[in-house]
Design a protein around this ligand. Structure first.
Ligand SMILES: Nc1nc2c(c(=O)[nH]1)N[C@H]1C(S)=C(S)[C@@H](COP(=O)(O)OP(=O)(O)OC[C@H]3O[C@@H](n4cnc5c(N)ncnc54)[C@H](O)[C@@H]3O)O[C@H]1N2
Ligand code: MOO
Length: 406
């Protein structure tokens, strides 16, 4: 292999389909609030039906629907008020023909009733007698015992990150802890003799503060991972290999920023190749071509380009799907998108995926140009537009999907 060229360059589509390390994080049980965004390791079946009893969904009167047929303002049905249902208590009265029972929203439907008529369509002109001025069909104003979830039916599916309403449904079923995949520990290593910690107060000429590690940690947190910022490794030969050897036993995923290109000091390829199998070196993506995907002892290792903007773009396109898979989620949660009209032509090369940062104003997507050495191109963007691999560009005026940054 020549040291001056990429070898095994792949497309992003090939990487997403083919770079699939089998490693998954362990399974642990976590209490409900902490389970948000975590991925259930298995479907969670409901131990009983929900809501568990037939409930009123309105304030009104439990009736036999047949007693209300034909009721109108001019010719109400007159029903005997037999009692009331209390919230949180079993009914103590039942509904016989010609009778009704006062119901709060959420109360348990008494025996004999098959519908609840809303209080708005009733009047109590004579105490103890309810006039009903609208007919109701059987089932109106109620939910049945298993309408929400039947016994044994899944409360949440396996493999989909939990959302806030999932936590509510689990709580309603009395399931207060969920078996989920552990958060993947993502060890983030920065490389480069010029890179110094962000807390460095003053820089000498040629030094830059580590921008990438903090930003990557943010992306990892966004994807329910646990970032471990492992510091900066010098370009000294052997230093990265030693660092990788030290962190791999603690990692579910290792991300190395910079040094993935083909320059004389670009160490990542050699270090990773010495410890495992390189799946690709060079990805057909702009920005971000100098990317390396590998597996070392079963742990995925991603070598990212040095330019922070490029590193974040590649991690978003390729690293985040790998991260979600480590926690048992095959399809990462979709990001919000908006439709917008492109303000100018965008050129690309067939076979390459382009990720173009854009601002969106009044339904128009304005591309932000600038070298990927400038991170502010990313921070000024509202989102990005993808030029797909087969395309050679996108035309000015085209309606495109903009994937939005939260
Ligand atoms: N002959 C070629 N040279 C280069 C190519 C190429 O295809 N052929 N690609 C260029 C592109 S594009 C990029 S991106 C860089 C990527 O190279 P490396 O991954 O080896 O990264 P470095 O050269 O070490 O760094 C690039 C740039 O980024 C700065 N940097 C690095 N780490 C950080 C950090 N943690 N925080 C802030 N800034 C960082 C570094 O100082 C450099 O300025 O290769 C091109 N060359
Ligand atoms: O690929 Mo570089 O990563 O375009 O800036």
């Amino acid at each position: 292999m020549s040291g001056r060229e990429f070898f095994t360059t792949r497309t992003v589509a090939e990487a997403l389909a083919g770079f699939r390390p089998a490693h998954r994080t362990a399974i642990e049980s976590v209490p409900l609030p902490a389970a948000l965004h975590r991925v259930p390791a298995a479907e969670v079946p409901s131990p009983h039906s929900l809501p568990g009893f037939t409930r009123s969904t309105v304030d009104g009167f439990a009736v036999r629907a047949a007693d209300t047929y034909g009721a109108s303002d001019g010719l109400p049905s007159y029903l005997d008020l037999l009692g009331a249902v209390d919230m949180g208590a079993a009914p103590t009265v039942s509904v016989r023909p010609g009778g009704c029972v006062a119901m709060p929203t959420g109360g348990s439907l008494p025996e004999g009733a098959d519908a609840v008529v809303m209080v708005e369509y009733t009047a109590e002109t004579v105490p103890g007698t309810i006039e009903v001025t609208r007919p109701v069909a059987p089932g109106a104003g109620i939910v049945r015992a298993d309408d929400d979830v039947a016994t044994g039916a899944p409360l949440v599916p396996a493999g989909r990150p939990l959302r806030a309403p999932d936590l509510g449904l689990l709580a309603a079923a009395g399931v207060v802890s969920v078996p989920v995949h552990a958060r993947p520990r993502v060890v983030i290593i920065s490389t480069g003799d010029e890179v110094v910690p962000p807390e460095t107060a003053s820089l000498t000429a040629g030094q830059v503060r580590d921008a990438t590690a903090s930003a990557l940690a943010g992306l990892v947190l966004d994807a329910a991972g646990e970032p471990v910022v492992a510091g900066i490794v010098s370009d000294e030969p052997g230093a990265l290999k030693d660092k990788l050897t030290a962190v791999l036993p603690e990692a579910d995923l290792v991300v190395v920023s910079a040094g993935s290109s083909v320059g004389a000091r670009d160490e990542t390829m050699g270090a990773v190749a010495a410890l495992g199998d390189v799946w690709c070196h060079g990805l057909a993506i702009k920005p971000g071509k100098p990317t390396l995907l590998a597996e070392c002892g079963g742990i995925p290792v991603i070598g990212l380009p040095g330019n922070p903007l490029s590193a974040l773009v590649v991690f978003g396109q390729v690293g985040i799907p790998v991260l979600w898979r480590l926690s048992g989620c095959e399809t990462p949660p979709a990001r919000p998108t908006t439709r917008a009209r492109l303000s100018r032509d965008l050129a690309s090369a067939a076979g390459r995926l382009d990720v173009v940062q854009v601002q969106v104003r009044d339904g128009v997507a304005e591309p932000l140009f600038g070298p990927s050495a400038l991170l502010s191109v990313h921070t000024r963007a509202d989102g990005y537009v993808i030029i797909p691999e087969p395309a050679t560009g996108l035309d000015d005026g085209l309606d495109v999907d903009v994937t939005l940054y939260a």
